[in-house]
Design a protein around this ligand. Structure first.
Ligand code: TXA
Ligand code: MG
Length: 299
């Protein structure tokens, strides 16, 4: 189906992606249409093997070291693009984002199709899907198929790293943490929020990850405001009275559960989600990034 230009959602280790042949301009156009995605937001090209990166991108020294250390895995590397991809893939930029996923169904698919674009398989602006059921909630009728794989292991989208310069620049935090990058490159840093982020990372210009319910970021269980119209997610147990509660055992479990929890709260018609803040170290940086995006500009 993919080889004929179809659209198939599939699980990666981060979130479900909506896959289509990266070199098929019509299929790529259908991906943007199915998601309702703004055309100025470029797609990630997924490859089965880091060895193929040179066919779509110019592999910089920084990029080569990052791929050697973290591929396959939840890392996306932004590199100078080579000509040949449909312009819509890169939204007309001179760079291309490349990722080599690790999840078995994604790897098996890539082995028979070659390069695939795969944005998160949600309608634009909605939380990324971590289950195949969530994919269908958003995209049933707009795509050709979904592989019914497991709930995704990480639950947050990949770390996007600009590797066009002398040191890695994190454009979107993820499970490959800044600490891990700094072990390899002491000068690695994250992009400043605001102007620099908007310029370098097109996706951050758009509202993201947001459920319909209003998300309130709260420091701890003492800040809980239980209500039959509200949900709680965090590391600590809240006082009784919430309609829906998830207490995660650790930050990784919180990250894995978050987007599905957002969708359940919406399915239950709840008005508010109280999400407990976590320390901004390791994976906590990515989790707090998603929580802030979900909560911003809504009150
Ligand atoms: O974990 C993931 O990365 C998932 C799975 C399915 O692989 N995919 C994903 O794709 O999250 P998407 O399209 O939802 O997010 C891609 C992000 C966007 O923020 C986009 O702006 C950024 O990567 N991006 C893509 N190409 C870029 C480029 N050339 N320069 C800077 N940012 C780029
Ligand atoms: Mg997305």
């Amino acid at each position: 189906m993919l080889r004929r230009g179809g659209l198939c959602a599939l699980p990666t280790e981060t979130v479900y992606g909506l896959a289509a042949l990266a070199r098929d301009a019509d299929a790529v156009a259908r991906v943007f249409a199915a998601k309702g995605r703004p055309s100025d937001n470029p797609l990630i090209v997924h490859l089965g093997d880091a060895a193929g990166t040179g066919e779509v991108a110019e592999v910089t020294a920084v990029g080569a070291r990052l791929l050697a250390a973290f591929a396959p895995g939840p890392l996306t590397v932004v590199l100078p693009a080579r000509p040949g991809l449909p312009p819509a893939v890169t939204a007309g930029l001179s760079t291309v984002a490349v990722r080599i996923p690790d999840a078995p169904l994604a790897c098996a698919t890539l082995a028979i199709t070659g390069p695939l674009v795969a944005p998160s398989a949600n309608r634009s602006g909605r939380p990324s899907p971590t289950t195949w059921q969530a994919v269908l909630d958003d995209l049933d009728g707009h795509i050709d198929a979904v592989l019914q794989g497991p709930q995704t292991a990480v639950g947050l989208e990949s770390t996007v790293v600009d590797a066009t310069g002398d040191v890695p620049l994190v454009l979107r935090p993820g499970a490959v943490t800044l600490d891990a990058l700094q072990e390899l490159f002491p000068g690695a840093r994250a992009v400043d929020a605001g102007a620099e982020a908007a310029r370098r990372s097109p996706g951050t210009r758009h509202r993201h990850y947001a459920p319909r319910a209003r998300v309130r970021l709260v420091p701890g269980a003492t800040d809980a405001e239980p209500s039959p119209e509200a949900a709680w997610i965090g590391l600590d147990a809240p006082p009784p009275g919430y309609a829906l509660v998830t207490v995660a055992p650790d930050v990784a479990g919180y990250a894995r559960a978050l987007f599905d929890f957002f969708r359940r709260a919406d399915a239950d018609g709840l008005e508010r989600i109280d999400a407990q803040a976590v320390p901004e170290t390791g994976l906590g940086v990515a989790l707090m990034d998603r929580l802030r995006r979900a909560s911003s500009g809504r009150e």
